[in-house]
Design a protein around this ligand. Sequence first.
Ligand code: FPP
Length: 224
Amino acid sequence: MTKAKHVAIIMDGNGRWAKKRHLPRAMGHKKGVEAVRKVVRAAKDLGLEALTLYAFSTENWRRSEEEIGALMGLMKAFIIADLDEFAANNVRLRIIGDYKAFPADLVKLIEGALERTAGNVGTTLAVALNYGSQDEIARAATKAAGKGPITPETIAAELDTAGMPPLDLLIRTSGEVRLSNFLLWQAAYAEMLFVDTLWPDFTPEHLAQALEQFVDRERRYGGR
Ligand code: FPP
């Protein structure tokens, strides 16, 4: 039986959660951050080595200025409020994607948090910010090409996730069944789990259940 080491989540459904309650979309994202907080704690308690969360895609810039502003504000508040807990709980923060395109104050907060948690060896929390998988692969291939012959290994070594354990399980909430340019390379052998729960309603119990299902599935890695 294999235990999942690295789980990634496409946190979808914040807008629908808010709409169902006649609330602004930003309220769905706010509730979504509460779910993030609980799930990060659970990831640590469940012994995951890495949890990767899709927080902001390269496509999300197409959303309204108001919604983008709300998301940035929530990310800032999240780092400010939760950094001490990460530091105390041996959680290492990592960012995948080109976060330097974000406002300078958020970039500064992110870099402070990266530095402060760099020595932590418990669970790695990788947050995907301004992330797109095709963009990541293109950047990695460019770097690999500058260093000699290109192979899957030389590309993997240049991906934003380099050094993280292989992705075991990819979860998407809210009933949508697509990858939306998330971890396309890393998902090559990952199990996929699509759940109907909207992200703000996703709980540590849902994560624990997903991990149990993962253990129950037979993994063949393309062999027999
Ligand atoms: C998808 O829901 C969710 C997002 C685009 C943003 C996810 C961000 C958070 C949960 C908060 C910030 C994260 C951190 C790590 C602090 P949607 O708006 O596309 O929902 P919809 O499909 O129902 O409209």
